[in-house]
Design a protein around this ligand. Sequence first.
Ligand SMILES: Nc1nc2c(ncn2[C@@H]2O[C@H](COP(=O)(O)OP(=O)(O)OP(=O)(O)O)[C@@H](O)[C@H]2O)c(=O)[nH]1
Ligand SMILES: [Mg+2]
Length: 374
Amino acid sequence: MITVTIVLAVAIVLIASTIYFVSRNSRSKLSPPSNSSIVTQLPPKSPETGIAPGKAESFPENLVPPADIKRGLGRARLAFSRLFGSILGSNGSSQQVWEELEDALLLSDLGMELTNRVLEGAKASLESTGETDGLGMAEAVKAQLRSLFVEESRDLVYSEESPTVWLVVGVNGVGKTTSIGKLAAMAASDDRKVVLAAGDTFRAAAADQLQMWAERTGADIVRSIPGADPSSVVFDSIQRAAARGFDLVIADTAGRLHTKSNLMDELRKLRRTAEREPGHLTEVLLVLDATTGQNGLVQAREFAKAVGITGVVLTKLDGSAKGGIALAAEAELGVPIKLVGVGEKVRDLIVFSPDEFLDALLDVDSQDDLSNED
Ligand SMILES: Nc1nc2c(ncn2[C@@H]2O[C@H](COP(=O)(O)OP(=O)(O)OP(=O)(O)O)[C@@H](O)[C@H]2O)c(=O)[nH]1
Ligand SMILES: [Mg+2]
């Protein structure tokens, strides 16, 4: 009798432990393949639409109308509109006005080479048309400024097959994470389902900042521990987006690593990961802080060379930025500015249009209200 009881007890223990280990193994097979510890935040799906509730439109701040370029440009308009006021009031051929124009273009961060190009082009065009008045000069200068912009589509590109992947790069502090938040809101208001990839694993707080944007915009987020491999975060984000039928992965990246060459190597690696099926990389967006002027352009060129870029997001145009940097950035990098940031709020991202930008910058009527802010 005692032997039977012992045998039964051993059998029960064996069966129970077998059940425990089998169920534990089958659970671990469901975990993501990466060795990084991934935290996801995904709002519950609405049963009718399958779209995550809490989309961008439902946030109170989105009731605020989107920023417009004229208001957003802030102080950058001041110098230009004053200059154009004096050109219009001049007789076009005065040496003094041409000198004023040269000084103003240089001060606007256009750079020496492009300033000369604009001046020479405008003078040649006035010679050929024979115009000598201020209006003719203003139009000739505006046409030269317009010609610095590339003739390429500024639409953000989605691939035919999901998920589309956008990689966002740039030096630290330029506004990458904020721009990603604004982009996620834009995509969500267009009914796109978005996964944010917290590829900036350099700074501990970077993923928290991105997570805040995910919560505000109703996006999903894949994040990892500080120091983790950014490529594995991007890989997991793409896998997750594909598995759940999401449309878009927007990947944040670090603006600095321990050495500069490492950063460029890391970005090249990230790009290769983002290009791999089932992801479809359609945009590598370089974020450029407009207030850093010509210095920012030197760094921008390095990024463009290392990873190849499809578009520029020019941020902080609302601050102390001088408008010429938009023209210089586009002319020197040869890729279109697709968006401009004009503030820290979710709606402060404007789809860039060279014509609207120049009209706002050169709007002579606005000089009075702007000069009051002096
Ligand atoms: N005024 C203004 N501030 C902006 C704009 N875009 C971003 N910022 C601010 O710039 C600061 C840096 O922005 P982040 O988005 O953290 O920049 P980041 O490139 O991700 O920085 P790192 O993660 O450190 O590399 C924040 O205080 C933002 O609120 C803009 O268009 N206008
Ligand atoms: Mg950041």
